[in-house]
Design a protein around this ligand. Structure first.
Ligand code: NAD
Length: 465
């Protein structure tokens, strides 16, 4: 039996028992143990992420540890309300019945994680899965091996073996896991693999949550505060060396402000990472050689097609360092404008007409995030109405990920379903309706259909419209 099949069989064997015995109190206790383990292993977490991504310690705290701990805290606090059996009012034809909605765990679920926030994107969904009362198999990314090993260690140390299993490995392991009849699959990764996951889920009709990627554009209005916009964009783009699913992918700036914005961006990069970002302790590294070469090739291709490097551009293969890089005049045909960049390279595109930009965004794949920088509320509202995206950030980048009262997810090519807080709980729950007959008068509607049934059916139809 493969590790995948063994983990599925071991966990799913407890589904029926868990449904009854895994009380809210027990779920909270399990989550608290996980939080304590994470706090106790802070140094190991920092070391693993430094090894995998050269991630600065503060970034590890902000983007890996804090999101998991706040998801745990938020879930523990709201679990009772989320799991409550809710009574709903009868509709007109249902008078005489009592109806409730009962959130129940889906059963045994699979969580497949990517490498860019390898701890947070594996354990964050796990918190929601446990809060909703499920058992879960977690498959961390093989591309971040130190973090993957640590996730296995953390789980083994603090969570029951019949509740959570970590199965480490690459595509083969993932394929093996996807062949098991899980009750839900929560996948975070690329749109291409998202399609593989959905096709696999179709075989067993497992429900899916797909947290995918894509190109998240930034749009500067003519009245944008350029300095503040440059600061937010530089932070959003160059944190984790641009390897963030909701990182600004490229920026549209009014032609008249192009030079001023470029200047402001250069100033912000220098302020954040110093004159030589390679020596900065605040700048991460790329995940691997393949990714490094891919980005370098994309920059060279754009330059070959007439783009200008207006900041950064230098690179060192041995340390997988690519400087925070800004380009102007990138042609639409360049791979930088066609593929998700997922690295510290930012094309700045001058525009003359806002509607043309909005139409261009709408014509492409639906982004995971769209950022608009402006003061004019009418313009902000126009952008929100004219475009579809997983989320919109107004005068801010990235931060919506941390807001647990907002659903986090994509739409179309950027994803399906949502995570975080109550939405995470719902992703792993089945909302089961229970209808109870108390004094509903249904007999006259049953065969044989006589005059009374005909009249009653007519009356009901007239009443409901
Ligand atoms: P990926 O799709 O290559 O891999 C994700 C996971 O799927 C890994 O665990 C990997 O082992 C597994 N996998 C890869 N190929 C597979 C296959 N053929 N069959 C089955 N499993 C397979 O993604 P990645 O490179 O790890 O992450 C980068 C992508 O993830 C980007 O597109 C990024 O935007 C996206 N992302 C999205 C979010 C979000 O929350 N929406 C968060 C982070 C990353």
């Amino acid at each position: 039996m493969s590790a995948a099949a063994e983990a599925y069989a071991r966990l799913s064997a407890g589904d029926a028992r868990r449904r009854i015995e895994f009380t809210l109190q027990k779920r909270r206790a399990v989550l608290k143990r996980l939080a304590a383990e994470i706090r106790a292993r802070e140094a190991e977490i920092m070391a693993a992420l430094a090894a995998d991504l050269g991630k600065p310690a503060v970034e590890v705290r902000i983007s890996e540890i804090i999101p998991i701990l706040s998801e745990i805290r938020h879930s523990a606090r709201h679990l009772k309300a989320w799991a409550r059996v809710r009574r709903v009012r009868p509709t007109l034809s249902m008078i005489g019945t009592r109806a409730t909605i009962r959130p129940e765990p889906k059963g045994t679920v699979l969580i497949i994680a990517p490498w860019n926030y390898p701890l947070c994107l594996a354990l964050g969904p796990l918190v929601s899965a446990i809060a909703a009362g499920n058992a879960a198999v977690v498959k961390p990314s093989e591309m971040a091996p130190a973090t993957s090993a640590l996730i296995a260690k953390i789980v083994a140390a603090c969570l029951p073996a019949d509740l959570v299993a970590v199965v480490e490995g690459g595509i083969e392991t993932s394929t093996d896991l996807l062949a098991q009849p899980f009750d839900h699959i929560f996948f975070t990764g690329s749109p291409a693999v998202g399609k593989v996951v959905m096709a696999a889920a179709a075989k067993t009709l497992a429900s899916v949550t797909l947290e995918l990627g894509g190109k998240s554009p930034v749009l500067l209005g003519p009245d944008a505060d350029l300095k503040k916009a440059a600061r937010m964009v530089a932070w959003g783009k160059f944190a984790n060396a641009g390897q963030t699913c909701i990182a600004p992918d490229h920026v549209f700036v009014p032609r008249a402000q192009q030079d001023a914005f470029a200047k402001a961006l250069r100033a912000e990069i220098a302020r954040m990472y110093g004159a030589n970002p390679q020596t900065s302790r605040s700048f991460a590294r790329l995940i691997g050689a393949k990714h490094f070469e891919r980005l370098r090739a994309m920059v060279s291709e754009a330059v070959g097609q007439g783009a200008q490097v207006i900041a950064g551009g230098d690179a060192e293969a041995a340390s997988r360092y690519l400087a925070p890089t800004v380009l102007s005049n990138v042609p639409e045909t360049a791979s930088l404008m066609r593929e998700e960049i997922f690295g510290p390279v930012l094309p700045v595109i001058a525009y003359d007409d806002l509607d043309t930009v909005l139409a261009g965004i709408e014509a492409g794949e639906k982004p995971l995030a769209l950022y608009v920088f402006a003061r004019d509320r009418a313009l902000i509202s126009r952008v929100c109405r004219a475009t579809t995206s997983g989320a919109v950030g107004v005068n801010v980048t990235l931060a919506h990920f941390l807001h647990l009262n907002l659903p986090f997810g994509g739409v179309g090519n950027s994803g399906l379903g949502a995570a975080h807080g109550h939405w995470g709980f719902q992703a792993f729950s089945h909302e089961k309706p229970v209808l109870e007959n108390r004094f509903a008068v249904l007999d006259p509607l049953m065969p044989p259909y006589g005059t009374l049934a005909t009249r009653l059916a007519r009356i009901v139809q007239a009443l409901v419209g």
